[in-house]
Each structure stands twice: as structure tokens, then as C-alpha cells.
Write a protein that binds this ligand. Structure first.
Ligand SMILES: [Mn+2]
Length: 439
């Protein structure tokens, strides 16, 4: 749940952006989508942002007649004693009025016959089409109902506006309560990475290290990771979306752990890379320090007014210069960059937005690269180096994959790192791994 005060604040901002004689329709995740058979139910984040309501099959509507008159309506599942025996209780309509703070709460099973009543006499409908087929059908049927019913022929909504640009612009700038949750998510995830460092040893399986991470999440009151945990040792660290986590970890290899929890729906996303046996070898150390230097330089630059792409260029420069120095890349730095030769070793983006979603929403349809950073934006910073086992480089560098990822808030003057709890200096990692506190 989100406090009614915060819901009110968010809804008021949304209402201020709506034109008169309009309604906005925001659907929860439907119950019958196929994904749900495979995964636990996860609420639609835009719906959550304005309702804090975690049940499937629901629709939140705000009707704005004019600046003085607005109505909030919720359609949600009715109470059903038979169903409760199997699935437990749900909120129902009566409690929804106060808990979700709406003027009307109506049962989901009568939505077809009733949704159009709230849209009569309006000009504009704000709706994000294409998310759920069921929702599209409901909305377009409702609009057809109004058009076909001659008794309501005075005003028929004729404009449909996608609300995602409005809502996602709001979500891009985090409020104080969101920042606090993201901060906590970062802290818990950092503890999980620390636990993994302490627990790690040769011949352990990658999934066992994953288990240590998830144990620490649940210990701190978190049920879900915010994405599938990646534990890739040895060559697996070079597979960017490796989630099989099935190999035995070998003495002498590095392990890359990309894991973050979702705390009260807010995501964190940390990557740390450390030696399975607790001690970096020469080549691992060299490559690791290149990535760490790149990360630190990025963290120094990330503040209001800067464009991500400028930071990305500095990171690429550091990486390419150093790869030339140790003989992994050969040629002129400028050409290696302009021709993109380095991309075989660093092929992903430096950052993504972070919030309710782990890859959080952005200015609608706009790439993050050219956006000017502003206070209260939250993002990841994650340079990496991946030397494929088949790369044409000195053999001792092959099969080393390293990523170091932090989560930051852009502040008025610079940034605040949420994930410093997980150490990243070589000496500190080696010190922690000596502790081996977990049996
Ligand atoms: Mn990430």
C-alpha cells in the first residue's frame, strides 16, 4: 500500500495535466495472462503508482469534468467467500473506498455494462492502448456503446490520448518517499552481495551462490528479486544474460554476480565481480581496475546538467586507452573508438533508469543517451569488459568477464550512491572474502 497522501499528490499532478471533460483509464495486470502461470503475479507499475493496489483485474479511472470537479473510480474484484477458501481474501469494494481513496468502487464483473457510464459527456479519453488485449476490448466496446446509444448522442469522446508520456515523465523524477525505498533496496542488495562474497568458495555451484543472495533478500523482508539473478563464473561471466547459474565455480576464475531486490516494488540492480577463491590474479586485477576506474570516473561526472552520452564517451576512452596499454586492442585509440572495435569487449549501455521497474520508464519513446540529467532521477552506472574465450587476445585474458554496477540518485550538486554497501575496491573485496563467516 502507498499512503493516501502520496496517492493524492500523484493524482493531483496527473489531474493538472488532463484537459477538461476527460477521463484517464489505467488498468491493473489482468489475471488470465499466460505469464502468470509461470511467474508470480506482478502488478502493472503505472497502475501501482496511482493506486498502491496489488490485485489483478482492476481499473482505475479519474474523471475530470473541469478544474473543480473530479471523480475517482475503481473497478476491482468483488468479495467471494467460495474463492477465499482457495486463494485467500481480496480487498473488495467497501474497503477500497478508503484504502485506495476513490469515490466509487464497483465490482469487476459488471465492468462491461458500467464503464461507459463514466465516459458519457466527455471529449477526451486518456488510455494506453496495446498493453492488454482484454483492456483494449473493454475500452473500445465502451466507446462504441456510447456512440450506438442514441440517448447519449450529445457528446461522444472523440479524442484518445496515450497517457504514457504524461505518466512516465512523472515516474522519471522520484519523490522523497520513492527515493527512500530505492535507498533501502540498494542497501539490502548490497548486503546480499557482501554475503555472496563471504560465502563464495571453489567448487560451490553458481546456484548455491544465488541461494545465498536470495536468502539475504528474504532475511531483510524482501520476497522478490527485481530481475532474474545472474551468477556467472569463468566464461559464463561473458554471457550478458546468463541466468542458468548451473556450473560449478572453479578455483582461479572470477564470478560475476548481477542481483538486486525489489523492496516494496522499488528495484535495485547491483553487479559485483570477484574471484571464486578470494584472490585476483594479475590479469583479472588489470582488467578489473580498468572497469573500476571507468566506473569511478563516471560517478564523478554524473550530476545535473550533464548528458549520459558525454559520460559514456569518457568511459569508452578509459576502457580503450587501457586495453591498448595491455595489448588487448591494437591500433590508434581514436580509430578503435570511431570504428567501434572496442564493442567486442564492451557492448552494452552504461546506464538505465531505475525505479518501480528495473529498466524504468523514460521520457516516452526517447533514448536515454541524450537526456540532460536533473535532480531526483535515479539510474544505474555499469561499465563492463567481457573478453570472450574465443577472442584474439593473449590467452591469459580470455574468458574474463567483469561488470561493476552501482545505483545512483542525481542530487542538486552531484549524486548519491545507494549501493556503496557492497565494496568494489580489490583490497576490500579480498579482505571481505577472507572473513568467510557463513558456513
Ligand atoms: Mn543494470
Amino acid at each position: 500500500m502507498i499512503s493516501v497522501n502520496i496517492l493524492k499528490k500523484r493524482r493531483d499532478i496527473l489531474i493538472s495535466k488532463m484537459v477538461a471533460k476527460s477521463a484517464i483509464l489505467i488498468f491493473a495486470t489482468p489475471e488470465n495472462i499466460k505469464r502468470q502461470n509461470e511467474y508470480q503475479f506482478r502488478q502493472n507499475k503505472d497502475f501501482w503508482y496511482f493506486t498502491g493496489f496489488n490485485e489483478p483485474n482492476a481499473l482505475f479511472i479519474i474523471v475530470k469534468k473541469d478544474d473543480k470537479f473530479t471523480q475517482k473510480i475503481l473497478f476491482n474484484k468483488p468479495k467471494d467467500p467460495d474463492n477465499e477458501i482457495w486463494f485467500g481474501s481480496n480487498l473488495g469494494q467497501d474497503s477500497a473506498l478508503t484504502k485506495i481513496d476513490v469515490d466509487y468502487a464497483l465490482p469487476w464483473n459488471v465492468i462491461n455494462e458500467n464503464i461507459y457510464r463514466f465516459l458519457i459527456g466527455l471529449n477526451t479519453i486518456y488510455y494506453a492502448w496495446g498493453e492488454y488485449v482484454e483492456a483494449d476490448t473493454l475500452v473500445f466496446d465502451a466507446l462504441n456503446n456510447i456512440r450506438n446509444d442514441k440517448s447519449h448522442s450529445s457528446i461522444i469522446p472523440s479524442t484518445i490520448i496515450d497517457w504514457r508520456p504524461l505518466v512516465h515523465e512523472m515516474r522519471l523524477f522520484k519523490g522523497p518517499e520513492e527515493i527512500e525505498l530505492l535507498r533501502i533496496a540498494g542497501k539490502i542488495s548490497a548486503l546480499a552481495h557482501t554475503r555472496a562474497m563471504k560465502a563464495c568458495h571453489a567448487n560451490m555451484f553458481e546456484y548455491q551462490l544465488e541461494g545465498e543472495i536470495h536468502h539475504e533478500f528474504s532475511y531483510h523482508g524482501v520476497k522478490f528479486p527485481s530481475y532474474n539473478t545472474i551468477v556467472g563464473s569463468g566464461n559464463n561471466a561473458c554471457i550478458l544474460h546468463y541466468t542458468k547459474n548451473k556450473n560449478k565455480m572453479c578455483d582461479g576464475d572470477l564470478v560475476l554476480v548481477d542481483a538486486g531486490c525489489s523492496f516494496k516494488e522499488y528495484a535495485s540492480d547491483i553487479t559485483r565481480t570477484f574471484p571464486v577463491n578470494g584472490k585476483f590474479n594479475k590479469q583479472q586485477r588489470e582488467l578489473y581496475n580498468i572497469v573500476l576506474t571507468a566506473l569511478k570516473s563516471a560517478l564523478l561526472m554524473l550530476k545535473p546538467g550533464i548528458i549520459i552520452d558525454e559520460v559514456n564517451n569518457v568511459v569508452i576512452n578509459i576502457i580503450v586507452n587501457n586495453l591498448v596499454k595491455i595489448g588487448i586492442l591494437k591500433g590508434k585509440v581514436d580509430e578503435l573508438i570511431s570504428e567501434g572495435t572496442y564493442q567486442q569487449f564492451f557492448m552494452h549501455n552504461l546506464s538505465h533508469w531505475l525505479g518501480l521497474d528495473v529498466h524504468d520508464v523514460s521520457r516516452y519513446g526517447k533514448s536515454m543517451k541524450n537526456q540532460i540529467l536533473q535532480p531526483n532521477m535515479v539510474l544505474t552506472v555499469e561499465p563492463g569488459l567481457y573478453i570472450s574465450p574465443y577472442a584474439n587476445v593473449p590467452i591469459e585474458y580470455r574468458g574474463i568477464g567483469i561488470r561493476i554496477e552501482d545505483n545512483i540518485l542525481i542530487t542538486e550538486t552531484g549524486n548519491e550512491c545507494f549501493t556503496n554497501g557492497a565494496v568494489k575496491e580489490i583490497e576490500l573485496i579480498e579482505d571481505i572474502m577472507k572473513l568467510k563467516k557463513i558456513n
